[in-house]
Ligand binder design. Structure first.
Ligand code: SAM
Length: 436
């Protein structure tokens, strides 16, 4: 049986309506990634009898929109070889507050029924607010809630700052402990203080969770940009995390690095499964970090404490380094303190050079991408950089080079226009990369 994909690009409606309901529909390639990820990560929990799993699962889409994820799921199940008989009995509750979206989905389902020549009697549409709607679950069924929920700012007195967290919390609750969740949410789930309690719920949940983390530059998962932004710069679009939670005898947390890709690499990225690193042992703070490698996580575990860059810094040293408070591909060093920089001081010039060398290493970049938001460089981001003995030795062996690079810093100059003003910073990353 073949199903044709419909609806993913149906981002219709006025900007105001889209903004208030978070109606930014999932692109087709992101949908494919979403389902490939879910089916790869849930294999152990589902077992190898797909038909049986479909039969015992109760699928729930709380914010169906034009149905990108639902139709993507049906396509994926066909691709995996689900039998027609079992597919025609599939139990699904599809919810949305927008009746036009539901009309559109109904129409698509009617078309599928005509083409496939069977009916889908157990696919039910609900014109409801998911947050005030309770699915009727059968005792023996395993609920599976999947969504690209609305990312809409809540009123100031709400418990969560953004509605994606209300949807995620409710989905975790409905599916606990033996069901499944798969959600597309803002990357801030992984690091923002606003969602600290949601992370705690996930950590205490007892299932296995995996987070795929997407930056928004050079390319971005959603092309539409942040609602109402007049800025055409893609940095205004959403950084996202796709997370899955599946039942497991071995509860765990896994995460990808902060994925960055060029538009030309998009197809490749979204048709593969980026490497997941076990972050269960990460203990520095309550983030879900975005590590490149496993050993990075270990250097932040309480069992393996190491020194940090803060050991070089004193509050009132005579030698100074000003570090730009934003970054993308390198940590910018400025000539002197100015607004938009963090100033660090050192008792000795040697320590200033060690510091310059350390923040210019690839290891520092990985550290920042693991714990930062991919844009801001905070004092804490800088000072928490773990400095083990072997890295300290490499840095010490390069101090003369770093001193020469500073003396010839015009060679490493990078200029950027910021609100009509040229901002000059220095990128010493090539110095340390060449020396690795
Ligand atoms: C980001 S779109 C996602 C649509 C679709 N799932 C997709 O992946 O393309 C969010 C959808 O949530 C719906 N929505 C917003 N608030 C809702 C609520 N409280 N309950 C149910 N649906 C809601 C909007 O109407 C919109 O269709």
């Amino acid at each position: 049986m073949e199903l044709s994909y419909v609806g993913a690009d149906n981002n219709s409606g006025t900007e105001d309506h889209r903004l208030s309901t978070g109606s930014y529909y999932t692109p087709f390639d992101a949908t494919k990634f979403f389902w490939n990820k879910f089916f790869a990560q849930s294999y152990e929990a589902r077992g190898d009898n797909l038909d049986e799993w479909i039969h015992r699962t109760h699928f729930i889409e709380p914010a169906v929109g034009a149905g990108a994820l639902v139709f993507g799921l049906l396509l994926k199940l066909c691709e995996l070889g689900a039998s027609e008989n079992v597919l025609s009995q599939i139990r699904m509750d599809l919810c949305d507050i927008n009746s036009s979206a539901l009309d559109f989905v109904r129409d698509q389902i009617d078309q599928i029924e005509r083409v496939a020549q069977f009916t889908l009697p157990n696919v039910k549409l609900h014109h409801s607010d998911f947050l005030h709607w309770e699915p009727k679950l059968e005792e023996a069924s395993e609920p599976f809630v999947f969504a690209n929920p609305p990312f809409v700012k809540n009123p100031p007195n709400a418990y969560w700052k953004n509605s994606f967290a209300d949807f995620s919390e409710k989905a975790l609750h409905i599916t606990h402990p033996r069901g499944y969740v798969a959600f597309i949410v803002p990357l801030s789930l992984c690091f923002s203080r606003e969602y600290s309690n949601l992370r705690r719920q996930i950590r205490d949940d007892g299932r296995a969770f995996a987070f795929s983390n997407f930056d928004n530059i050079p390319d971005t998962l959603f092309k539409s940009g942040k609602p109402k932004s007049k800025n055409s710069n893609k940095s205004n679009s959403q950084r996202c995390t796709i997370f899955t939670g599946v039942p497991s005898k071995h509860p765990s947390l896994q995460a990808t690095r902060l994925l960055r890709w060029q538009a030309a690499e998009r197809e490749n990225l979204l048709s593969s499964q980026p490497e997941l690193v076990d972050i269960s042992g990460y203990e520095r703070d309550d983030q879900f970090p975005r590590p490149v490698r496993q050993d990075q996580v270990l250097s932040y575990s309480r069992a393996r404490p190491s020194g940090t860059l803060s050991d070089l810094v004193t509050p009132t040293g005579e030698f100074l380094v000003a570090v730009s408070t934003v970054a993308r591909n390198f940590i910018g060093v400025r000539e002197a303190y100015s607004p938009g920089t963090n100033l660090f001081s050192f008792p000795k010039d040697q320590d200033r050079l060690r510091f310059l060398a350390a923040i210019s290493t690839d290891e520092f970049m990985n550290h920042w991408l693991m714990l930062g938001d991919g844009f801001h460089v905070t004092r804490d981001n800088v000072l928490s950089f773990p400095m083990n003995a072997s890295l300290a030795a490499v840095i010490d062996s390069k101090l003369e080079c770093m001193a020469r690079a500073w003396a010839n810093r015009a060679l490493y100059r990078s200029e950027k226009l910021n609100s009509g003003r040229v901002v000059t910073s220095y990128n010493f990353r090539p110095v340390m990369s060449l020396m690795a």
